[in-house]
Design a binder for this molecule. Structure first.
Ligand SMILES: Cc1cc2nc3c(=O)[nH]c(=O)nc-3n(C[C@H](O)[C@H](O)[C@H](O)COP(=O)(O)OP(=O)(O)OC[C@H]3O[C@@H](n4cnc5c(N)ncnc54)[C@H](O)[C@@H]3O)c2cc1C
Length: 291
C-alpha cells in the first residue's frame, strides 16, 4: 500500500478536532508515524512546493472557512513517545503537555508541573514557546530536533542557537518539529503533585472551563495585561452572542460549535480596533489563524 492510501486523509474537518470546534477543512492531511514516512513523503517533488501546515492538538489554531489547501502533517506513532536518558528526556512532538507533566510526576521529575494545565502538544508548545505561571518551555529545553523539508534532513539545534521569545518559539519556515530534548531534575513526588494541583486550582478559578476556546486570544503587550485593556475598551454587547468574550477572563472568547471561522476572525478584529481606539495599543494575536 502506498503512503498516499495508508496515511492520507482528505477533507479533514478542523472543526471536529479543534478546541474551538470551528474552522475549515484541510484538503490533504498526512498522518506520519515515523521518520521514514516523513522522508518518503518529502522526497516527492510535489510535496516540497506546496504550503506546509503541521497540526498538533489544535488548541491554538483556527483554519479559515475556505480551508487549507497545501500539505498538512499530523505526527503520531514514534512521535508520541518519551524516553528517559541519563541526562535528558527525549519527548516526541505529538506527546501532550498534560501527559508529559503526569509522566514527570510518576518519575519524580520536577519542573514540568506547569504543563499539566496547557492543552497543547509538545510540538505546538515548542512552536509557541508556551508557558504559564512564570515558566516557559524554553527554560526546560536543551535542543529541538526537526525535519527540514527542503533538504529532506533531520537536524538538531541547541536552545542557545535559537531566539525564543514570549509566545514565539521554534518558528522556522519549512520545518517540522519532531522531538524536544529536555532537562531532567529529580524532586519530591508529593511536592510535584501539590504544585500540579495548585496550578489546576488557579486555572479553574480564573479561566472559563468546558467551553470552546483557544486560551488567550492576544499576547500581553509589554507592561500591559491584554484582558485589562480589552475590558476597559469594550461594551456589554461583546459578552453576548454566538461568539462572546468570557466574563471570567476578558482575553478569552467562547463560541458556539461550527460557528464560521471568518466571523471569529472578524470578532477578534473588532476587539483589536476597540483597544486601539481607546488605548492606542495594537494587540498582537496569540491565536494562529491559517488560510
Ligand atoms: C483552554 C486553553 C488554555 C490555554 N492555556 C495556555 C497557557 O496557559 N499558556 C500558553 O502558552 N498557551 C495556552 N493555550 C494555547 C495552546 O494550548 C498552546 O499554544 C499550545 O502550545 C498549542 O499546542 P497545540 O499542539 O494545540 O498546537 P496547534 O494549535 O495544533 O498549533 C499551534 C501552532 O504550532 C504549529 N505546530 C504544531 N505542532 C508543530 C510541529 N510538530 N512542528 C511545527 N509546527 C507545529 C502549528 O502549525 C501552529 O502554527 C491554551 C489553550 C486553551 C484552549
Amino acid at each position: 500500500m502506498t503512503l498516499e492510501n495508508k496515511n492520507l486523509i482528505t477533507n479533514y474537518s478542523s472543526a471536529k478536532y479543534s478546541w474551538l470546534k470551528s474552522g475549515g477543512k484541510i484538503s490533504h492531511l498526512y498522518k506520519i508515524y515515523n521518520k521514514i514516512e516523513l522522508i518518503n513523503l518529502f522526497s516527492r517533488s510535489d510535496t516540497k512546493t506546496k504550503s506546509l501546515l503541521v497540526i498538533g492538538n489544535l488548541s491554538n489554531t483556527l483554519i479559515k472557512d475556505e480551508g487549507f489547501n497545501g500539505i498538512a502533517i499530523k505526527l503520531l506513532g514514534d512521535f508520541t513517545k518519551i524516553i528517559i536518558n541519563s541526562d535528558h528526556m527525549l519527548v516526541g512532538a505529538a506527546v501532550l503537555d498534560n501527559y508529559l507533566s503526569k509522566f514527570c510526576y510518576q518519575n519524580s521529575i520536577s519542573g514540568y508541573e506547569f504543563l499539566f494545565t496547557i492543552p497543547g502538544s509538545i510540538g505546538g508548545n515548542i512552536f509557541m514557546n508556551a508557558g504559564c505561571y512564570d515558566q516557559e518551555i524554553k527554560d526546560k529545553l536543551i535542543s529541538v530536533i526537526y525535519f527540514d523539508i527542503i533538504s529532506n534532513k533531520i537536524l538538531e539545534k541547541d536552545i542557545g542557537q535559537l531566539q525564543f521569545d514570549y509566545r514565539k518559539g521554534f518558528q522556522q519556515k519549512n520545518t517540522i518539529i519532531l522531538y524536544g530534548k529536555f532537562k531532567i531534575a529529580f524532586g519530591d513526588q508529593k511536592e510535584i503533585k501539590k504544585l500540579m494541583q495548585k496550578y489546576e486550582d488557579i486555572r479553574n478559578r480564573t479561566q472559563p472551563q468546558k467551553v470552546n476556546c483557544c486560551g488567550s486570544i492576544f499576547k500581553n503587550p509589554i507592561n500591559h495585561c491584554a484582558w485589562k485593556l480589552i475590558k476597559s475598551s469594550i461594551d456589554e454587547s461583546f459578552y453576548n452572542g454566538p461568539i462572546k468574550l468570557s466574563k471570567t477572563h476578558s482575553n478569552f472568547f467562547e463560541n458556539d460549535p461550527n460557528i464560521s471561522a471568518n466571523s471569529i476572525d472578524l470578532f477578534i478584529s473588532k476587539i483589536q480596533k476597540r483597544v486601539n481606539d481607546k488605548h492606542k495599543i495594537i494587540l498582537e494575536r496569540e491565536l494562529r489563524i491559517i488560510d
